[in-house]
Design a protein around this ligand. Structure first.
Ligand code: TXA
Ligand code: MG
Length: 337
């Protein structure tokens, strides 16, 4: 039996489709949109009911804030107050791009998108389709990643449809804009204090930030906490397969010690297993940038293949490799077993 296709229209993101998508947003509907990082599930950030439906579609608790997507640095003042000079400098330097700034929220705006918090997360995406949509809509678009709560973010329109196809309706829309170029979510900086604090590493690296602000720091990560008390971190970015991490030097041993059953391998092209054990090579990226691009689709493929475990050989902790390691650590912490 062929499964019934989902009722939500899926359109190639041309000019007509973008106009239609802006009408869907204005009518309170949801639009799956490509960004340069991952696909987002967009809603009118000023509409309480649209944002509430977006939370419901994701299965996300209503007190989890989402990012409001805007066009340019000049839009900061529409959503935020008490904006530090360093935050404006970061927006001028890295927008449009994979950088999210958390700022004191302007009272009376974006309250539901902010999950009731006194702060708001703002990002100006560089993907031409996301930009054209925000421009046509004429206001901020609240968009979390277009996956069910706690799951791996989608980097293709099909992956977003796999996640949300059964909850979106004919009043919503999926814009297909091809594969996401970066592949992991944006860098999030808390800009409510005297200096920025990295809440989530991403495409804009700590070194990039340091070019603009000398004194950025990283929050003590909840991953450190999770290591101290395993299982305390909510499952996030996690596939069903168990994720086993390895530095290159220990990778053969980790493959050999993996649980019985079919095992996948995510490792850069220069790692060649020398063990007897068969592994499905899910992806063989040549650079850390390619690693980031392919990571989430490789984790999805592991589940499609029904693999019991995936051994992920970590990239060097530099540049985007830092964000890849962060997501892999989360996947390993959140995965079953
Ligand atoms: O690359 C991205 O950032 C993608 C694309 C679609 O733009 N979006 C994304 O959204 O990853 P989401 O909702 O999956 O992750 C946003 C993160 C969450 O961890 C949330 O807790 C944090 O941003 N966040 C949002 N508003 C915040 C706030 N006011 N204060 C602190 N963290 C906030
Ligand atoms: Mg997400």
């Amino acid at each position: 039996m062929t499964p019934t296709p989902p009722p939500v229209p899926v359109l190639t993101a041309d000019a007509d489709a973008i106009t239609r998508a802006s009408e869907v947003l204005a009518a309170g509907g949801l639009v799956v949109m490509p960004t340069e990082t991952v696909y987002g599930l967009g809603a009118d950030a000023s509409s309480e009911s649209a944002v509430a439906r977006m939370y419901e579609a994701k299965g996300r608790p209503a007190d989890h804030p989402v990012i409001v997507h805007v066009l340019r640095a000049a839009d900061l003042d529409a959503w935020a107050v008490e904006i530090p000079d360093y935050a404006r400098a970061l927006a001028e330097r890295f927008w449009p791009g994979p950088l999210t700034l958390v700022l004191p929220r302007r009272p009376g705006v974006g309250e539901v998108a902010a999950g009731g918090a006194p702060t708001i997360a703002l990002r100006s995406p560089s993907h031409p389709v996301a930009r054209a949509l925000i421009d046509a809509f004429g206001s901020g678009v609240a968009a979390p990643s277009a996956n069910r709560f706690g799951r791996v973010s989608p980097t293709t329109a099909q992956h977003a449809l796999d996640e949300l196809g059964d909850v979106l309706t004919e009043h919503d829309l999926v814009l297909n804009g091809g594969d996401c170029a970066i592949g992991v979510e944006s860098t999030i900086l808390d800009c409510t204090g005297p200096e920025p604090v990295v809440l989530r590493p991403g495409g804009v690296t700590t070194n990039d930030v340091a070019e603009v602000v000398a004194t950025a720091s990283a929050r003590p990560s909840d991953l450190d906490l999770a290591t101290r008390a395993p299982g305390t971190l909510a499952a996030h970015y996690a596939p069903a397969a168990r994720v086993l991490l390895a530095e290159p030097i220990e990778a053969d041993a980790v493959i050999n010690a993996a649980p019985p059953g079919e095992v996948g391998l995510i490792a850069s092209a220069d790692y060649m297993p020398t063990t007897e054990r068969f592994v499905h090579r899910l992806v063989a990226p040549g650079t850390s940038e390619e690693y980031a691009q392919d990571l989430y689709s490789a984790l999805r493929r592991a589940d499609d293949l029904g693999l019991v475990a995936v051994v992920a050989v970590l990239p060097p902790d530099e540049g985007i490799g830092h964000a890849v390691r962060d997501r892999l650590l989360r996947a390993a912490t959140g995965s079953a077993g």
